[in-house]
Design a protein around this ligand. Structure first.
Ligand SMILES: [Zn+2]
Length: 281
């Protein structure tokens, strides 16, 4: 019998081990990726690669200390702003909500009560925030949403400004940061020679209606007419990517310290929503 490596990957456990290994203090970490066009220079799996790598590094670095368990990534998500491009795989918003509800229902069978979505795709942010509340209500889980530097299209955390912002706040898709991170993770999948600057300058001039602005707007990447890239990947480097990934892992580790202590007042919330008496007696 060969010795199994000590694991923090839930799917590597055998079923009877679950009850002892994954206690009520555990946090389940679910990387949420995407498979969608990322311009001519990056692979379709860019968001999946980044979310998966950040979660993998997070759980490797802090898993034992903070009782983190890595779930298999959700590879395909809500990417229909890129549906025009062959190779983009996507679930519609109602489908994704249903998938997340089923995942929450099955995860709620574990002793663990905390579920952290680590979202690598800005197009998921609003829906995952909705899912956090739905899974809280339906399954009693403590749910959390964090971003490894998802650009600020829909509520993601913008990356720290390492070198000034030549992207005018519009580096939201296949731009400097994503390209740098994939260069750090899988340089064999990047064709930097095909990278072109594609910044929607008119949009960047708006005070209100812009990416990350106070007024959001519906868009597809085809609407912007920039061959699917929104940003300026031309200055990307693996060194910048390595720095961004390390910052993301450190920030998520600090967040997981709070998540591990986080409590809400009514653990039985799901049942308290039931006892309405329509007849009033
Ligand atoms: Zn992306």
């Amino acid at each position: 019998v060969s010795e199994r490596r000590r694991t923090r990957r839930l799917a590597e456990l055998r079923a009877p081990e679950i009850v002892d290994a994954v206690g009520p203090g555990a946090t389940l970490v679910l990387p949420v990726g995407a498979v969608e066009q990322h311009g001519p220079h990056l692979p379709l799996a860019t968001d999946l690669l980044i979310a998966d790598a950040v979660c993998d590094q997070l759980v490797a670095a802090r898993g034992d200390e903070l009782d983190l368990w890595l779930l298999p990534p959700l590879a395909v998500s809500r990417s229909n702003e890129h549906a025009w491009a062959p190779g983009t795989l996507w679930l519609g918003p109602t489908t994704l909500l249903a998938v997340l509800d089923d995942l929450g229902r099955s995860l709620a069978r574990l002793p663990a009560r905390r579920l952290l979505f680590v979202n690598g795709h800005g197009g998921n942010s609003a829906l995952l925030a909705v899912a956090c509340r739905e899974l809280r209500l339906a399954h009693g889980l403590l749910t959390f949403l964090a971003h490894p530097f998802v650009p600020p299209d829909q509520g993601g955390a913008p990356p720290p400004d390492l070198d000034g912002d030549g992207e005018l706040g519009c580096g939201i898709h296949a731009g400097l940061d994503e390209t740098s991170m994939v260069l750090a993770l899988r340089p064999d999948l990047v064709d930097l020679g095909a990278a072109r600057r594609a910044v929607p300058e008119a949009l960047a001039a708006n005070r209100h209606v812009r990416f990350g602005g106070p007024v959001t707007f519906g868009w597809t990447s085809q609407d912007l007419g920039l061959d699917g890239v929104i940003g300026d990947p031309t200055g990307a480097t693996a060194a910048r990517g390595t720095t961004l990934l390390a910052l993301a892992v450190a920030a998520l580790g600090a967040a997981c310290e709070e998540i591990a202590r986080f409590e809400l007042g009514h653990a039985g919330l799901a049942s308290t929503t039931e006892h309405t008496s329509p007849t009033g007696d």
